[in-house]
Design a protein around this ligand. Structure first.
Ligand code: TPP
Length: 323
């Protein structure tokens, strides 16, 4: 992987760089995925083709006959963004071999939500990574199937109320923990896996650029709050993007050729554990978790804290073990 240390990102650079995901789309106020993907597209390094699975970000950016995308963009079925990326990358190779491609290189980015990644798109993703296609897969994780009305996915965290895990007398929200998608991708032996949260926008942009520089598959797990599905104040999307990292619910890190490194916001918490916020600080204020603060659901809150601590400890162990 080429190094990007020379790319010193400043707010001015980013403000001056044209939007590739342009304004005028129909995302909700405070939409985390729209904000995160706008940042992702600020980090492209040249000619780029984007392919996107069915989901909120596809729907709101491509209402016929309009598009918000200032690059070639292909919608594909819910389960096939990685399969589409494989085909695009293979076609680019053939065009290049036949001398029909003017550009030296074209980057390929596949985008999908958590439903389109953890669940229904996983087969295509795993296959594309195993075959070694050169593309960056961006998972924008709003933690449920939002476009179809907030159904639980493999990325929905324990305790979250969704329309298929409604909190009430039968169940206290989702009963299972979130699938460890980044670890599963690391297990594929791929060169680059990272997690990022939009509050830490420079970190996010660097990771997009690094993922693009990999000559092979790269995977980026993006935290992306959804005010509609999470029942949160649209003005607080960025606050939750920060709190998730500060509570270690969503640590930010990179795994390069199997070597784990905490990114600065999470590294600072590892160095000063007293700065780690309780998970309840992150959960409170989110309508999807409101029921967890009722006395009868305290065991759920305790379990979420225990699991978060355990995952955080394991992540730190991986950092030490692979140093
Ligand atoms: C095979 C198939 N099953 C179901 C659907 C219906 N569907 C379209 S988008 C969607 C949810 C997408 O969820 P996610 O990938 O998490 O993205 P989000 O909408 O949250 O951005 C569903 C269930 C479909 N289009 N195709």
């Amino acid at each position: 992987m080429a190094t990007t240390q020379e790319w010193k990102i400043t707010a001015k650079d980013i403000a001056e760089k044209p939007d590739i995901l342009m304004p005028g789309h129909r995302a909700c106020a405070g939409c985390g995925p729209a904000h995160a993907l706008r940042l992702v597209m600020k980090a492209i390094r040249g000619p780029t083709i984007v392919t996107e699975a069915t989901g909120c970000m596809e729907v709101v950016t491509s209402i016929y006959p309009y598009t918000s995308w200032a690059v070639p963009w292909l919608h594909t079925a819910f389960e096939t963004s990685a399969a589409n990326a494989s085909g695009i990358e293979a076609a680019l190779k053939v065009l290049k071999r036949k001398g029909k491609l003017k550009q030296e290189h074209v980057d390929v980015i596949a985008i999908a939500g958590d439903g389109g990644t953890f669940d229904i798109g996983f087969q295509a993703l795993s296959g594309a990574v195993e075959r070694g296609h050169d593309f960056l897969f961006v998972l924008y994780d709003n933690e449920a199937y939002m476009n179809t009305g907030i159904q639980r996915s493999g990325g929905t965290p324990m305790g979250a109320a969704t329309t298929t895990t409604p909190a009430g007398s039968v169940m206290p929200g989702k009963l299972q923990h979130k699938k460890p998608i980044a670890d599963i991708m690391v297990a594929h032996g791929m060169e680059y896996v990272a997690s990022a949260s939009p509050y830490y926008w420079k970190d996010l942009l660097q990771k997009v650029r690094r993922g693009l520089e990999v000559e092979g598959p790269a995977f980026l797990h993006l935290f992306a709050p959804c005010p509609r599905g999470w029942r949160t104040d649209p003005a607080k999307t960025i606050n939750y993007s920060k709190l998730a990292v500060e509570s270690c619910v969503f640590p930010v890190y990179e795994v390069v050729n199997g070597k784990y490194t905490l990114s600065t916001p999470s590294k600072l918490i590892a160095l000063a554990p007293q700065k780690k916020k309780p998970v309840a600080d992150y959960l409170k204020g989110q309508g999807r978790y409101r029921h967890l603060f009722a006395p009868q659901n305290k065991h759920m809150l305790d379990e979420i804290q225990r699991w978060t601590d355990e995952r955080w400890a394991k992540l730190q162990q991986k950092v030490e073990q692979t140093a």
